[in-house]
Design a protein around this ligand. Structure first.
Ligand SMILES: [Zn+2]
Length: 113
């Protein structure tokens, strides 16, 4: 594997599947949305989608904001908040499903004995 120096200093994951597991855990623990990507260093990292989008939101220039408001479109912040509510509900559903599946898995693991 290509071992270039990592520009991020982030936690390194060996492959996409492992990074996905870490991303799921971070999403749960931190109440945000984490996705994975392959870095130029050759490893996989996770990143916070909502935080990244927040930064992009703050980059909207005053002119862009005026033009958007004139068109009557929602602000990036409003879109982000709606998205956060959706993701929050999704995380709740995910946790509920995990709780419901856990007894089943235990049952299967011991062969149902
Ligand atoms: Zn890297």
């Amino acid at each position: 594997m290509n071992r270039r120096r990592c520009p991020t200093g982030k936690l390194k994951h060996f492959n996409e599947a492992w990074a996905e597991i870490a991303a799921r855990r971070q999403s749960e623990d931190l109440g945000s949305v984490f996705r994975v990507y392959r870095c130029t260093c050759g490893w996989w990292h996770t990143f916070d989608v909502l935080k990244k989008r927040n930064k992009e939101t703050q980059r909207e220039s005053r002119n862009a904001r005026r033009r958007r408001a004139a068109r009557g479109e929602p602000s990036p912040l409003q879109i982000l908040q709606a998205e956060q509510r959706r993701e929050h509900r999704r995380a709740q559903r995910y946790r509920r499903r995990l709780r419901e599946e856990l007894p089943l898995r235990v049952w299967e693991d011991d062969g149902g004995a």
